[in-house]
Structures are given as C-alpha cells and as structure tokens.
Design a protein around this ligand. Structure first.
Ligand SMILES: C[S@@+](CC[C@H](N)C(=O)[O-])C[C@H]1O[C@@H](n2cnc3c(N)ncnc32)[C@H](O)[C@@H]1O
Length: 248
C-alpha cells in the first residue's frame, strides 16, 4: 500500500489501531467456558496490543503476539515491561498469511479487527486448524448491524470492505466452518471513539501540518478524517461484532 508509513506513524501514536476496549476484551474472554489454567494463546494482528496486555493480565496464559509491523510489537513490549507482563508475551513479527505453527497448538486464538486481512472465512479455517480440540476463537469483525442499511453505507463500506455481512450471515459462516458460537455482542460506540477515533481526531492536525505538501500522506490522513466523519453520521447501521466460538 502506497504511503503505509504514514498510516503506521498515525497508528503508533494511538492507544490502539482499531475499535475496541478492555471491557469488551474481558467480556469476550469470560464468555469462554471454563478457560483452563495457563492457556496458550495466539493474538493475530495484535497491533500495539491493548487487548494482548489485557489478556495477559486476566488469563494467566502465555501469549504469542503476532503482527507484521515491528513498530507495533516494540510498543507492545514496552508496555508489557512497564506492567511486569513481558514474560507472558512472545512477540512475533510474521504475516498471518505465513503462520507455520503446528496444527492443534493453541487453546485460544484472539484477533481484534485483524482476521479480515486473510479473509474472514479463510481466517476461520486457518484458526480451526491451529486450535486444539474444543479450543476457542474470539474475533471482532466489521458487520452491518441492521438488515437494510442505507445506500450511502452500502456504497462506502462495499468499497472499503467488500466482504462485509450482517451478524446472522456471519454466524451462519461460523457454524459452517465447524465452530459452535458461544457468544456475540456489538462493540459500544465508546469502544470506537475513546481509544481510536477521538485519538485520531487529536493526532490528525499535527500530522497534516508535519506532512504539508506531501500528497500521499495527505490522502491517507483525509481517508481517516472521512472514516471518522462517516462513522459519526452512520454508526447506527454498522459496527464491530465480537464473535466467540468453540471448535467443533
Ligand atoms: C486494525 S489493526 C488491529 C490491531 C489490534 N488488534 C487492535 O485492535 O488494536 C490490524 C492489525 O493487523 C496487522 N496486520 C495487517 N496485515 C497483517 C498480516 N498480513 N499479518 C500480520 N498482521 C497484520 C496490522 O499491522 C495491525 O496491527
């Protein structure tokens, strides 16, 4: 992607790189039936790892934090060290498309706002292979939250995210890919705003000024500005859904 360095620079200045919060991470984790002691967890597309740190805190597990951007992994491990959690987190700079773990390795696989990089269905399949029997997958995915979203929303999201479905269609897919759904819930608006869109609003003026005259950077920043405005206008019609499921 042209100009990805500007996207990274923006995201590295944020508490996280997508919608989410610790309340929803905890809610998803505690919906897992009898999470075992010291589960082995894979966090796919962990970014700067707000959810990785929370999982390390609440799970007593060991976590492989996987991302293909080293800058995020460095930020994650800096936070982990400050909180005395570095022994529980193994950062791994690797593309999720190249994961070569043995089959049936993990008790839990986590992925907030990232599994779509390998295609949601393909991601479900890959996670099914990597999970132990009865292992659980918790993932957030962009969804339509109504059955009949307005044209403006379908046009914008259809371009940005052609694979988008509604909640029922995703559940159908989950069942088809040999998982039992355990829980699902829609992230609150504050999960979009507090750790993601409001910090973006704060950072954009500084970066826009820093890269004045740089067309590539400005296009990236404009895209974010538009995304935030779009969400503020149409948040009734789409959102992120947390799906927690168990391998069948
Ligand atoms: C929307 S962000 C979500 C980050 C984090 N889970 C969160 O919720 O804050 C998506 C993350 O996926 C990572 N990513 C994108 N493509 C990837 C790939 N092919 N392999 C591994 N990570 C990838 C990005 O670097 C980014 O950290």
């Amino acid at each position: 992607m042209e100009g990805i360095e500007y996207l990274y620079e923006l995201c590295e200045a944020l508490p996280r790189s997508g919608p989410g919060d610790n309340v929803s991470t905890r809610r998803a984790f505690y919906s897992i039936p009898r999470p075992q002691n010291q589960p082995f967890i894979l966090d796919i597309g962990c970014g700067q790892g707000m959810q990785t740190i929370e999982l390390a805190r609440i799970s007593d597990g060991n976590i492989i934090a996987l991302d293909n951007h080293q800058g995020f992994l460095d930020l994650l491990m800096e936070k982990a060290r400050k909180q005395g959690l570095e022994d529980k987190i193994i950062p791994q700079n690797l593309s999720m498309l190249d994961m070569d773990f043995e089959e049936e390795t993990f008790d839990i696989i986590w992925s907030e706002g990232a599994l779509y990089f390998m295609g949601f269905q393909n991601g479900l399949r890959r996670c099914h292979q990597l999970l132990k029997d009865n292992g659980c997958l918790a993932v957030t995915e962009l969804v339509y939250t109504v059955t009949d979203p307005p044209n403006a929303v379908v046009e914008y999201l259809g371009t940005e995210y052609p694979d988008i479905k509604n909640v029922a269609e995703n559940i159908e897919l989950i069942e088809k890919e040999r998982f039992n759904l355990i829980a699902n819930f829609t992230l609150s608006e504050s999960a979009w705003l507090d750790n993601y869109y409001i910090p973006i609003d704060k950072e954009l003026p500084r970066l826009t000024k820093k890269y004045q005259g740089n067309e590539v950077a400005q296009t990236i920043f404009e895209g974010f500005k538009h995304e935030v405005e779009f969400y503020r206008k149409y948040s009734k019609f789409y959102g992120y859904e947390f799906f927690v499921m168990q391998k069948r």
